[in-house]
Design a protein around this ligand. Structure first.
Ligand code: CMP
Length: 175
């Protein structure tokens, strides 16, 4: 029902409407999907009240293997936390990066408002916890050290991409 109304009033983006299947939203996220938000590293420091706030804004989506979740150059309005399965981040300058449960993607477009920096495709069937742009500020408010988590992850990603690009450059130079 919520999915249908979301499609009607436009609160679901093109990305979600066309690529993912809604499983649960709102208070059902914790209760019915049997998802223990507290077991996810990102939320382990959250109080019960903070977990309830996060559950209220979260939606859980499933997608089969081979689904394009974000496409490079397209606008992006969702943040994704992987609950189950793996995705590949397709980087033009380096080999794809694989992300696993507990890891997240889609934060860059929410932070800087620019189009998606990479195409992300599911390698296996996945279950994703999705937060839209309007609710991203709730995560910033409710998740202890959220900004720090984002900064550390972004730094690691820049470093890894540079190392991968260097390796690729070195390998092509020896050909
Ligand atoms: P965004 O640009 O919104 O959409 C694509 C996402 O891919 C991006 O956010 C990051 O979450 C993710 N991403 C981009 N570059 C890397 C990288 N080098 N390593 C891991 N993930 C990345």
């Amino acid at each position: 029902m919520e999915l249908v109304s979301g499609m009607m009033d436009g609160s679901l983006s093109y990305e979600l409407k066309n690529r993912l299947e809604l499983v649960l939203s709102g208070s059902g996220v914790q209760r019915e999907a049997n998802i223990e938000l507290k077991e996810l590293p990102m939320f382990e420091e959250c109080s019960e009240r903070q977990l309830r706030s996060i559950a209220r804004i979260a939606r859980v989506f499933d997608a089969p293997a081979g689904t394009v979740i974000t496409r490079v150059g397209e606008p992006g309005n969702e943040f994704y936390l992987i609950l189950d399965g793996t995705v590949s981040v397709d980087l033009s300058v380096a080999k794809p990066v694989s992300l696993r449960p507990g890891e997240f993607f889609g934060e860059m477009s929410l932070l800087d408002g620019d189009p998606r920096s990479a195409t992300v495709v599911t390698d296996t069937p996945v279950r994703l916890l999705v937060i839209n742009r309007e609710n991203f500020s709730v995560l910033r408010r409710e998740v202890p050290d959220f900004t720090q988590i984002l900064l550390v992850t972004l730094s690691r990603r820049v470093r890894q991409s540079e190392q991968r690009a260097d390796r690729l450059g070195a390998a092509s130079a020896t050909l």
